[in-house]
Design a protein. Structure first.
Length: 219
């Protein structure tokens, strides 16, 4: 048995419990989409990041977008198999209960925005502050925390990188000569692939920046 077949069989049972029938071929295609592949054949052809390695991953980000697209490609699917949220939940729960995966599941269709709005503010504010300590020391200001502005995403065969830009603005110490109170920074969050196109190691987070010297007019 393989994880792909195990998941497909479970998905068929899940749909059957609701009183409908899901064909085996369709179940395999939906599972492939869950793991980020456009077809079941593409999943089976994966050699570098087999889903058999799923237990080694820290983070699973189900590909709800591809899954939704595949449901549109198969008009004969029962309604129970078209409910993408329910299908994702059923598969994630199954992977956990069967011991195939024990890490975190991130339910997001926009990883860049999720990293910017949720992951970094919740888990890495201190990391960013620590990595900008040298720049903060160049100013005459005290800082509470960064503001995140924009996020972009890049991907290749080995992983995904989210780049977030932002600003660290501080309160000026009037008892010291002014030397800046604003730092422009860039934070890179790199996800290394482990299994399929949706399972990764815990991301590596790094940040760098520079003091905004636009206040200096050169005179």
């Amino acid at each position: 048995m393989t994880i792909h077949k195990d998941c497909a069989d479970h998905l068929r049972q899940f749909v059957s419990a609701a009183g409908a029938t899901l064909r085996a071929g369709h179940a395999h295609e939906l599972v492939a989409a869950f793991f980020g592949y456009g077809t079941g054949a593409a999943l089976r052809a994966e050699s570098s990041y087999s889903i058999a390695q799923l237990s080694e991953a820290d983070i699973l980000i189900p590909d709800a977008e591809t899954l939704h697209q595949r449901t549109q490609d198969m008009p004969e699917l029962p309604d129970e198999a078209r409910d993408v949220d329910s299908v994702v939940t059923a598969l994630c729960d199954f992977l956990r209960t069967q011991g195939h995966f024990s890490g975190e599941v991130w339910r997001t269709e926009d990883l860049a925005e999720y990293v910017k709005d949720d992951y970094l503010p919740t888990h890495h504010m201190l990391t960013i502050m620590d990595e900008l300590a040298g720049e903060m020391a160049e100013t005459n200001a005290s800082f509470d925390g960064p503001d995140f502005d924009e996020a972009t995403i890049e991907s290749d065969e080995d992983g995904v990188k989210v780049t977030v830009t932002g600003v660290l603005e501080g309160d000026t110490d009037l008892d010291r000569p002014f030397s800046g109170d604003k730092i422009d920074f860039t934070c890179e969050v790199a996800f290394d692939r482990v299994a399929g196109r949706v399972a990764f190691r815990r991301p590596d987070v790094s940040a760098g920046g520079s003091v905004d010297d636009s206040y200096y007019d050169g005179d």
